[in-house]
Design a protein around this ligand. Structure first.
Ligand code: ADP
Ligand code: ASP
Ligand code: MG
Length: 417
């Protein structure tokens, strides 16, 4: 049997009118004789509403109960959509994480999928033509509900497509594909026709929330071609796939930004072996994602360590490092929360020099101070004052000629199965 996986995000399922549009997208592969696995998010705003509710009830919500509660958003949208399908006379049902089952590890709030039962899903597909699977949720080996982190329905979809070896995996969202930068920030952003897994991974991990990072990791690992496209138009979207030569000829593919950053500096730390481990191990134990790290000598056997973390983890980090003040032996801890990260990404950078210096010159021309810099083979990241984020994104977008130049290059509906 041919199996198509289609995932629809929160804005796509936010009300009856939108769900009727989703229905049209789902009916197409169904009418062409495919079995369809539809993966849905919660209705737009619902996950935030539920998270706020928990925080109102408790200063420190129990993680297992939090996941039980926050996963209900997807349960609602799936059951409602299954009703629409059944009304059409289609053999369909909703499937929750524990029913699929989507097995995860035990880490509530950011669980990892460890197994999906292919046989069980295929057996369900013998009985039903369309399965409406709740994204974002799974269950651990204690049969408790877990969630996969914000944006986790993307990962549910790609993991299901990998497990069941789907013939097509489509991620439908509120923009027509992956763009050279966030189209909601920069109106000149251009849709990318094809993007390599590694570039998409960098875009996602550097802040482009159009796909959750782990969904791209799954796609790369299991070689799932993902088509990111709009629920509200017919045009071709972006194919996320293996790198090919044509991709290397493009120097810079996109610009990503992340405003939810903070910078921590430990002033005058002893410059001796083991100090970095003393600082970063306790943060890693608490699953705090440290990204950019700079260490430079200040005076007489002392050094300053500066690093970035998600803004949401600032208080926790100050508490952890504060308790270790004597052990680590630093003089002062400084935190700056008004920073953001802007990254230039492209596999073409591997074979070209000068990208970083061109970016630095462009920012210098705008009189913007760069607070920290980090680079990898296919990425240059600058930390800046967050009030300049939009200006920096637009400036770099222009500097690397990423603007939309020919609006007619958008292809019309040409990808049917
Ligand atoms: P969904 O609810 O469908 O999962 P998300 O809000 O999670 O949708 O992701 C889509 C959003 O990602 C877009 O509305 C857009 O603002 C944002 N985005 C950020 N960077 C990019 C990019 N490079 N290309 C496309 N969208 C991007
Ligand atoms: N509903 C979840 C969220 O808002 C998961 C998702 O939409 O992908 O993060
Ligand atoms: Mg999303």
């Amino acid at each position: 049997m041919n199996i198509v996986v289609q995932k629809f995000g929160g804005t796509s399922v936010r009300n009856l009118e939108c769900q009727r549009q989703v229905l049209q997208k789902v009916l197409r592969p169904y009418r062409n004789g495919n079995k369809v696995i539809v993966v849905l998010s919660a209705m737009a705003g619902e996950t935030n509403r539920l998270l706020n509710l928990a925080n109102e009830w408790s200063d420190n919500p129990d993680p297992a109960e939090m996941d039980s509660m926050v996963s209900t958003g997807e349960q609602v949208s799936c059951a409602l959509f299954a009703m629409l399908l059944k009304q059409q006379g289609i053999k369909a049902r909703s499937v929750l994480g524990f029913q699929a089952p989507v097995e995860t590890d035990g880490s509530y709030g950011r669980a990892r999928i460890v197994n999906i039962d292919e046989e069980k899903l295929k057996a369900m597909l013998q009985e039903y033509d369309i399965l409406v699977v709740a994204g974002f949720q799974g269950c651990n080996d204690g049969m408790r509900i877990t969630t996969l982190g914000r944006g986790g329905s993307d990962t549910s979809a790609v993991a299901l497509a990998a497990a069941i070896q789907a013939d097509l995996c489509e991620i439908y969202t509120d923009v027509p594909g992956v763009f050279t930068t966030d189209p909601n920030m920069c109106t000149d952003a251009r849709k990318i026709d094809r993007i390599a897994y590694d570039e998409m991974l960098e875009m996602a991990s550097m802040g482009a929330k159009v796909l959750q990072i782990r969904s791209v990791e799954f796609a790369k690992k299991y070689n799932v071609t993902v088509h990111v496209r709009s629920t509200f138009s017919e045009e071709m979207g972006t194919i996320v796939t293996q790198e090919d030569e044509s991709m290397e000829s493009v120097l810079v593919s996109g610009i990503a930004y992340d405003k939810d950053q903070a910078r921590i500096t430990l002033v005058h730390v002893k410059d001796t072996p083991g100090v970095s481990a003393q600082v970063f191990s306790p943060l890693a134990e608490q699953k705090i994602l440290v990204d950019m790290i700079v260490q430079n000598p200040s005076k007489d056997g002392l050094t300053d360590i500066t690093f970035t973390i998600p803004r949401a983890n600032v208080d926790q980090t100050i508490e952890i490092i504060g308790k270790l003040k004597d052990e680590i032996g630093y003089e002062e801890l400084r935190s700056h929360i008004n920073v953001s990260k802007v990254s230039i990404i492209g596999v073409g950078m591997r074979n070209h020099s000068g990208v970083a210096s061109k970016a630095f010159q462009a920012l210098a021309d705008e009189n913007i101070n760069i607070l920290m810099i980090s680079t990898s083979e296919i990425k240059v990241t600058c930390l800046i004052d967050d009030k300049y984020t939009e200006l920096v994104v637009r400036t770099l977008h222009k500097t690397f000629d990423l603007e939309e130049d020919d609006p007619t290059r958008h292809h019309e509906n040409s990808h049917d199965i």
